[in-house]
Design a protein around this ligand. Structure first.
Ligand code: ADP
Length: 495
């Protein structure tokens, strides 16, 4: 065949189509010569040959096989022979054949995918073979880049001892990395099912944390929690699971994926620290109670002396001891909350009377602030009186601590929809929105110039929030920097 086309007969049209097709070569099935009968322009270009130099020649004569490029699978003669024997199409999905670039005068790496289709004669024997070659260099390179970045990611995850997981939300198919399996106490090559590893999670944590986090993640798109798991050998471990949800175009959640980390060591450290706080505050409590009692005795005995220095010194000592014992009790409560051992002693009491008493005490200790609270009707709540006193006292003392001496503090309580709402408003330094979100976290204190000289541990609001939550109530804050804050809490009025 040749590309000259004197007139447009159907044969010539087919010849033209063949010659313009991407990477096509037609060889005769005359084993072992495989005479080349036709070649497309693209094929000739890639192989740096001309139509005249290849037509009528044997395939191996024109393209001597290079053993470094072709193996038994990709060797053309072997493939042609296989096509003749089987009468079936034989594909070579990916092989390398470098091409000389005459412009750059260099040999460039290329990858190809080729198919070899038998063309049968009337006797059902293979008469010709159509060898079609497609340049897949770009795809191969893109895949190499993807594999490389994936393996880097995997290495980074391994370096951080992170396991990875992927949950298909349609059919619940679960895929995880060997490290994930290891974190659950299995050999990294073990195949685990989601149902099996779920059974390793502490039953309470599964119910209260995992399922809750899963449902929340479907709405928020984020997944983060810490739970206890039991290894097959019975030992207890802590894990942290983190992830995100992927959605389709219709915003339907389709996949949840993320990482897993073994945090047993840091949890043990935390538990040791909590134990230390619990023991230390417990040990401090006894001598403090005794000092407090002696100071009271001394005050009573020495008050008749009418010595203003002694009376003043005793008053100040008593104030400082109260402050100290307040702190010690807070640390005790903190350790109880951490160990989930905070017990509530529920009783019925008038919350307005309690507010009044707390204000009176605050006025005594911190004279000079104008705390306004219009005494109202009795509002009976069923709650732990001591703990609620602690909450009110903490909010009120913060209002005093974080505002100018003499400024007005407004306290209010009212019944709204079966709840009692208590608000404490100050005209103090206020709180930025970004800090407001975190105030109720353990040990959180705002970092600012103004805070430098105000002491504190950042546990008061955390305790207040835990106490109110344990009463099924709500706590929060509204604030504007430089203008003041309103802290509020509510408690249900039912039993
Ligand atoms: P502490 O006062 O001991 O630091 P808290 O848990 O009671 O701990 O309060 C946490 C943080 O919240 C404080 O450090 C302070 O930055 C901020 N804060 C609390 N109450 C107020 C308030 N009324 N006005 C401004 N900032 C406040």
């Amino acid at each position: 065949m040749s590309s000259e086309m004197p007139n447009a007969s159907p044969e010539n049209i087919f010849q033209l189509i063949f010659e313009k097709s991407p990477g096509s070569l037609l060889v005769k099935a005359d084993l072992p010569k495989f005479t080349i009968l036709a070649a497309s322009d693209a094929y000739l270009k890639v192989t740096s040959t001309t139509r005249e130099s290849v037509l009528g020649k044997g395939f191996s004569e024109v393209f001597p096989e290079d053993s470094t490029v072709f193996n038994v699978e990709t060797n053309a003669r072997n493939i042609f022979t296989k096509v003749i024997k089987t009468r079936l199409k034989v594909d070579v999905p990916n092989y390398r054949f470098d091409v000389y670039n005459p412009d750059k005068k260099i040999c460039e790496i290329h990858y190809w995918s080729c198919s070899n289709t038998p063309i049968l004669d009337d006797n059902n024997e293979v008469a010709y073979i159509l060898n079609t070659v497609i340049d897949i260099t770009e795809e191969v390179k893109a895949k190499e880049v993807a594999i490389e970045s994936e393996s880097r990611l995997r290495l980074a995850a391994e370096a951080a001892a992170l396991g990875t997981w992927d949950l298909n939300l349609n059919d619940q198919t679960f895929i995880c990395s060997p490290r994930f399996v290891e974190i659950f106490g299995h050999h990294p090559e073990t195949v685990v099912k989601l149902a099996d590893i779920s059974q390793q999670v502490n039953a309470d944590d599964l119910q209260n944390i995992v399922i809750k986090a899963y449902n929340e993640a479907l709405i928020t798109g984020k997944y983060l929690y810490e739970v206890r798991v039991y290894w097959p050998d019975g030992s207890l471990h802590w894990i942290k699971i983190q992830g995100i949800v992927l959605y389709d175009e219709e915003k339907k959640p389709i996949t949840m994926l993320g990482t897993i980390l073994d945090i047993t060591e840091s949890k043990r450290d935390e538990i040791r620290k909590n134990d230390f706080i619990a023991i230390a505050s417990h040990e401090l409590k006894t001598p403090l109670t005794s000092i407090k009692a002696y100071i009271q005795l001394l005050s009573r005995k020495l008050s008749s002396l009418d010595d203003s220095f002694i009376n003043n010194a005793l008053l100040k000592t008593s104030y400082q001891i109260n402050k100290m014992s307040d702190l010690v009790y807070r640390f005790l409560d903190l350790s109880k909350i951490e160990a989930d051992k905070l017990q509530l002693k529920i009783e019925s009491f008038d919350i307005n009377k309690l507010i009044y008493d707390v204000i009176a005490e605050a006025d005594l200790v911190n004279p000079g602030n104008r705390i306004l609270f219009a005494q109202q009707d009795v509002i009976v709540v069923h709650a732990d009186k001591e703990k609620i006193e602690q909450v009110i006292s903490n909010l009120l003392n913060n209002a005093i601590k974080y505002s100018d001496k003499g400024s007005i503090i407004n306290v209010q309580s009212q019944k709204i929809d079966g709840n009692v709402h208590v608000t404490i408003n100050d005209k103090g330094i206020g709180i930025k929105p970004k800090d407001q979100e975190k105030l109720f976290q353990r040990f959180y204190r705002v970092e600012s110039e103004k805070m430098k000289n105000i002491s504190g541990f950042g546990i008061g609001l955390y305790l207040a929030s835990e106490i109110i939550q344990r009463h099924n109530g709500q706590i929060g804050v509204e604030s504007k920097e430089e203008q003041g804050s309103t802290f509020y809490f509510s408690l249900p009025l039912t039993d």
